[in-house]
Design a protein around this ligand. Structure first.
Ligand code: SAH
Ligand code: SF4
Ligand code: F3S
Length: 465
């Protein structure tokens, strides 16, 4: 008897929940938590939306394209919802995430078949909203910023995850960069207390996590109640998490340059579990543009932070985000961005064309850059970043790296893992190594991944000899 058969035990068969996740890692974390909060209601994860009892679309509002694709996906889901109705069933359709927060009930005007619209701070209210949606004829909308923190009401138990796990420690943003919707969609900065974070980290490790990535829209602005009752900052929190037995690796993302304090930089020097790879968005290499962006740091500040990080941890590799074509960006400003990239050297980076977002200060600013010019700048920047990434990966050839094995690889007999610098690594080996850090001699540094061979003879091979 399987769990899905309508049992002679009288237990109802589980309802099928399909979650579609777009956007940043915080949405990935949130999607997991939404599934957990619905589990006591009998919802079990379904890999496909076809025939599901509930579909959650967890959305992103960061650029126009991201927001627009919500409605085309909803059109596709409407067909499946109709099909389900024709079979005498019901598919509850929920729109969550940053588009839900930004557009609220307006989503219903364009997609009246949506049952639930809920913003990122309301996920703990999902069970009650599902019950209301089942009763009510109309849709249920929840996009206020509730007084209570969702973390105090979400279930403690985390479903068994993989070897790597996300843990949200901070939400929201008070920085108000000219171009960005996040302060409006995620609200003001809020930090979870250290005790709650450590308890969740312990549960993740008990469920098999060996690497935890601490998440926040502005993760290094985290300042929460410490275990000693005093306010801790991120460096102190990482020290406490690093002491958890069984946890091998820690990362944090996304950071703002102006919140990289001395304690956090020192953590990179003396906490071996803190991986030597940091995503530190700079956005532009021009002080004029950084000021227009309201970034609160100059190019020299960024350079100083990078130097301090490299002194603390000489092998640290950097990643960043860039925007080209912010209103007012001249060809000379863009040249300064290329110059900064040349001078710093990035192992990896994301770059975007500026996308005007309604309600943000830059959206109405003068000096719009023509689309063709944005395209040309993006291509030039990406060519340089790609070349740096390729060179960084090639530079790994011949080295032996500690690789955290995350699970089976794509091909037969292959396993997959991650290097300290977050590069995907493919090698031959037994899947039983999942969760272990093994030495891997890198044979090929490809543009987007590494491949290599186990540098020691593992016990399984000795046993077979
Ligand atoms: N909290 C993070 C990242 C937020 S969004 C930080 O402060 O860096 C991720 C990236 O999307 C940003 O770093 C920025 O490069 C990009 N982005 C944000 N708004 C954008 C917009 N309106 N147009 C183009 N790119 C944008
Ligand atoms: Fe957006 Fe700026 Fe806040 Fe990052 S720091 S989330 S780019 S407003
Ligand atoms: Fe997108 Fe919201 Fe994350 S706008 S990037 S899902 S915080």
């Amino acid at each position: 008897m399987t769990a899905t058969e309508p049992a002679a035990t009288g237990r109802p068969s589980p309802k099928r929940l399909h979650v579609i996740t777009w956007g940043c890692q915080m949405n990935v974390y949130d999607s997991g938590r939404m599934a957990e909060v619905l589990a006591p209601l009998g919802y079990a994860p379904a890999p496909q939306p076809d025939g599901a009892d509930m579909v959650i679309l967890n959305t992103c509002h960061i650029r126009e394209k991201a927001a627009e694709k919500v409605f085309s996906e909803l059109g596709r889901l409407r067909l499946l919802q109709r099909q389900r109705e024709a079979e005498g069933g019901r598919m509850v359709l929920a729109v969550a995430g940053c588009v839900a927060q930004a557009e609220g009930a307006e989503i219903l005007a364009r997609a009246p078949f949506v049952d639930i619209v809920l913003g990122p701070q309301s996920y703990h209210r999902l069970p009650e909203m599902v019950a209301r949606a089942a009763r009510a004829g109309g849709a249920v909308v929840e996009t206020a910023f509730p007084a209570e923190s969702k973390f105090d009401f979400l279930p403690e138990q985390r479903s068994p995850g993989g070897v790597t796990a996300f843990l949200t420690i901070q939400e929201g943003c008070d920085k108000f960069c000219s171009f960005c919707v996040v302060p409006y969609t995620r609200g003001a900065e809020a930090s979870r207390p250290a005790g709650a974070i450590l308890a969740e980290a312990r549960r993740l490790v008990a469920a098999g996590a060996r690497e935890i990535t601490l998440l926040g829209q502005n993760v290094n602005a985290w300042h929460g109640e410490g275990l000693d009752g005093r306010t801790w900052r991120l460096g102190r929190l990482i020290r406490a998490i690093a002491a958890l037995p069984g946890l091998l690796r820690i990362r944090y993302t996304t950071s703002h340059p102006s919140d990289m304090d001395a304690e956090l930089i020192a953590a990179h020097a003396d906490i071996p579990a803190l991986m030597p790879f940091l995503h530190l968005p700079v956005q532009s290499g021009s002080d004029r543009v950084l000021a227009a962006m309201n970034r609160r740091h100059a190019v020299a500040d960024f350079r100083r932070i990078v130097d301090a990080l490299r002194r603390a941890r000489p092998d640290i590799a950097l990643s960043s985000d860039f925007i080209v074509g912010h209103p007012g960006e001249t060809a000379a400003d863009f040249g300064d961005t290329l110059g900064l990239v040349e001078a710093v050297g990035f192992a990896q980076a994301f770059s975007f064309k500026y996308s005007p977002r309604p309600g943000t200060p830059a959206a109405g600013a003068p000096g719009a850059v023509p689309e063709a010019e944005k395209d040309a700048r993006l291509q030039a920047l990406q060519a340089l970043l790609r070349a740096q990434q390729a060179a960084f990966n090639r530079g790994m050839e011949g080295l032996t790296l500690p690789v955290l094995v995350t699970g089976p690889g794509r091909r037969f007999g292959q396993i997959a893992g991650r290097s300290p610098y977050l590069q995907p690594v493919h090698l031959l080996g037994p899947a039983t190594l999942a969760g272990a850090v093994v030495p891997v001699k890198i044979a090929a540094g490809n543009p987007n991944s590494l491949s290599g061979i186990l540098a020691t003879t593992p016990a399984w091979e000795l046993a077979c000899a």
